[in-house]
Design a protein around this ligand. Structure first.
Ligand code: PGA
Length: 255
């Protein structure tokens, strides 16, 4: 983390977990554990149907509630999708876009990730843009090329001004939900490649201000070491975001 230059963000990705009642109970349990931990922003991205319950439980606290995806059109014949206008009308500020599970299971491409990103930014939302290499790419030595390409394609036509509302989550796909974590050195190095790519696109000053999270089996045990790296500005946390004490310990590690 380099807290002089950029904001640290610890975000939970609940994925397809928690009913409204479960989300309420979770937020009520985690709220006192993260209260006053102001060295980072605390966000939970929730399934659409649990957002309202989570927001109600989080009201008046330092916890912000986001969504896990957003469509690129404002409205229309897109069965099952939700627009940025709908989310902002519900007071939702953050949205995850391009998570590897969306890319892997639901056909998302860099092109649709870019369209969704631009739509969310145009609506005034803050985007958590996920990218990262798969195992074969890491083993073949092309990780740097892969994350540089994703960064360029996913941010195509995003202005430097809009980039202020983008958080990048570097998530090596082989580390997500597997219990395998990138080493702090790997996380720092690849987050650094993403930052260098941003510097080429937007200039070094702009790139230095972008929050780049690490995601992939981050937990209460490995968080402090990962966050100690200069290019790792927070975490996007799946499994450990479902347990109040584990998530709170990661927030503590960011203080
Ligand atoms: P994990 O998930 O922490 O369970 O590996 C991270 C993510 O998918 O964002």
């Amino acid at each position: 983390m380099n807290t002089a230059k950029r904001r640290t963000v610890i975000a939970g990705n609940w994925k397809m977990n928690f009913t409204p009642a479960e989300a309420t109970a979770f937020i009520n349990a985690v709220k006192p554990l993260v209260a006053g931990k102001n060295n980072c922003d605390v966000v939970f991205c929730a399934p659409y149907v649990t957002i309202a319950a989570a927001q109600a439980a989080a009201a008046g606290s330092n916890i912000k509630i986001g969504a896990e995806n957003v469509h690129f059109a404002e409205k229309g014949a897109y069965t099952g999708e939700v627009s940025a206008q709908m989310l902002t009308a519900c007071g939702v500020e953050y949205v995850i876009i391009g998570h590897s599970e969306r890319r892997q299971y639901f056909g998302e491409t860099d092109e649709t990730v870019n369209l969704r990103t631009k739509a969310a930014l145009a609506a005034g939302m803050k985007v958590i843009l996920c990218l990262g290499e798969v195992k074969e790419q890491r083993l073949s030595g092309v990780t740097d090329e892969v994350v540089a390409m994703q960064t360029k394609l996913d941010l195509k036509d995003v202005s430097a001004e809009e980039l202020k509302n983008v958080i990048i989550a570097y998530e090596p796909v082989w580390a997500i939900g597997t219990g395998l974590t990138a080493t702090p050195e790997q996380a720092d190095e690849t987050c650094g490649v993403i930052r260098a790519t941003l510097a080429k696109l937007y200039g070094a000053d702009v790139a230095e201000g972008v929050t780049i999270q690490y995601g992939g089996s981050m937990n209460e045990k490995n968080a402090a070491e990962l966050l100690s790296k200069v290019n790792v500005d927070g975490g996007l946390i799946g499994g450990a975001s479902l347990v109040p004490e584990k998530f709170a310990a990661i927030v503590d590690a960011a203080q």
